[in-house]
Design a protein around this ligand. Sequence first.
Ligand code: GSH
Length: 224
Amino acid sequence: MSLILYFHPLASYCHKVLIPLYENGTVFTPEIVDLMDAESSAELFAIWPVGKFPVIKDTDRNLVVPETSIIIEYLDQFHAGPIRFIPEDPNEARNVRLWDRFFDLYVSTPMQKIVGDRLRAQDTTDDYGVIEARVNLDGAYDMLESQLAGKQWAAGDAFSMADCSAAPALFYAECVHPFTPKYPIMAAYFDRLMSRPSVKRVLEEAKPYFQYFPFNEAIPARFL
Ligand SMILES: N[C@@H](CCC(=O)N[C@@H](CS)C(=O)NCC(=O)O)C(=O)O
């Protein structure tokens, strides 16, 4: 088995890569990283000194592949399965990459800001930064309500890398900054995403760790 995935079952960016792995039934060795454990953490920093995960190691090719979008492209090119996550057509591919970037930068980033702030000591919280993150999420939700109109998936009719990015971003964003009834199209898309077997499996495996999510009280009952 040549692929080793360094990840944590609760981490949203790890969900982004587990989804395509499960979609295609790609065989890999899971290696859980515990950042609270010095040895486990050192192992991650040794292969990717940025210290962020997930990271994939392909032992057959003696290659370390970090960064979720790069990992998904790598899987698509070198461990391809029936589902392709980046279309062949360059225009469609660019559109998928755009919406992948959108979910990472404009949904995940503000979502993580809000989550991270709850983990800070009381005298170091960043109230203004959290307000800004909520404004940014409102803007992203508004844009998604238009983008998703008439579409099955984020970038069109086919499930793609953009949806792998969207599922964890929206799952955790919905907890920290709930969708309002103003967003029926986005809510319907969210339900389609959450019904996808790969996404269900990822969330099922995250369940034992939900207690460590700082907004665990906001996780909707249907996921518990
Ligand atoms: N741009 C990176 C972001 C990865 C990321 O932020 N991962 C989080 C887990 S969801 C992480 O490593 N957190 C630990 C830390 O920042 O120390 C990617 O797409 O892979």
